[in-house]
Design a protein around this ligand. Sequence first.
Ligand code: NDP
Ligand code: HSE
Length: 440
Amino acid sequence: MIEYRTLRIALLGAGSVGSQVAALLLEHGDELAARAGARLTLTGIAVRDLDAPRDTALPPELLTTDARELILGADIVIELMGGLEPAREYVLLALGSGADVITGNKALLATHGPELFELAEQVGAQLYYEAAVGGAIPIIRPLRDSLAGDRVKRILGIVNGTTNFVLDRMDSAGEDFATALATATALGYAEADPSGDIDGYDAAQKAAILASLAFHTRVPVEAVHREGISGITAEDVEGARKAGYVVKLLAICERLTDPATGTDGVSARVYPALVPREHPLAAVRGANNAVFVEAEAAGSLMFYGAGAGGIETASAVLGDLVSAARRHVAGGPGVAESTSGGLPVLGIGQVTTQYRVTLTVLDKPGVLAGIASAFSEHGVSVEAVEQSIGTAGGAADEGTASLVIGTHRAPEAALAATVAALSDTEAVVAVRSVLRIEGE
Ligand code: NDP
Ligand code: HSE
């Protein structure tokens, strides 16, 4: 039998993901040792409540409420508690003691990433976080390693399962937003307080992580433009379907040129967008996630699968654990955070997008010309106009018409100014919906 050296593994958290990580580590220890080249000994599991029910049966003697002592006796620390504090304090303690850290905590990375990466680099340790974006889907390692020799141009990600489930129900079952959210809650996809998912905070944290990696540039979560899905109506989804689109909450990370200065920058943004039905992301159903990457040399790549779930996410954590163990065995410092790109993060106003605007307008001569001039005055070129008369088109009253205007790509600031001007136009009864088109 091969004699492996032993690495001491401390696990912080035994919830949905942590309990599965512990169970798999205990069950597959020999197999993982052979792959890692080291025996991985779980020395303890820090929890809040020793008596809380667990998803899997864990040896009670491993549970402890003394996270600090556990951390200080470990070679590798796996943080699966969630939240900012004490997760940040514990990760800093672990790195400071020279341990490698594995985390699935996107909130922690998006908020305190620079502090954690800097300490890891100072002490020669490494921070692994494959589970932080897309659950089971390998996307961190592909961006950090596999695509390190390429130039990523754009990422379109469905990175939040709850919102994808809700939008998919609205699209496939014709439910309105409230009903679809209630379905998501009843089936256990949405949390009791779903605002972190619905309002796009979770996706914005993931966008910050993906953009930082893809563009070798620090992108703080505060710089991510964020819009949620609570304003999406059944009419938006139905109109999109008829026009050949599906509404998806996208995390978009893009390398672009600032139209004002002509210099390169990056954009990270989250909003519900119209995706053409033939785009691979349109086929991502239910609570699944997918990240569509466009790179200069590699072309288009899509990473797809379960974006959450205890055992699925545990797979990503254990992959990181094997990587961390191999590094310990091989020796040498960890791979530092890559920030060599140093690109400025551009605001939403500097992004170029396409809009699809739905209006209720007065049905009388000259209205269409007035509306067209609102677009041209702001330098926005109209691509297509669809009109339907009266209530059949979804407009409120007789004497009105429903207008759907699709634009060519234009600076977001110009599009926003056009919509503001339309709202102030007498002939416009209501701006019913403004949605961006992505993926064309
Ligand atoms: P849970 O809420 O299910 O579990 C959290 C665990 O951490 C619990 O065991 C809890 O202890 C423990 N804990 C919390 N605070 C402390 C503390 N102060 N001291 C000691 N232990 C503490 O979380 P999840 O497993 O769902 O998520 C863990 C991490 O993984 C999060 O960062 C999450 O964002 C990320 N993640 C989760 C996914 C998922 O599908 N669930 C998918 C991808 C990432 P106790 O049980 O005693 O209360
Ligand atoms: N709340 C997240 C989602 C879990 O719905 O995708 C995974 O981060």
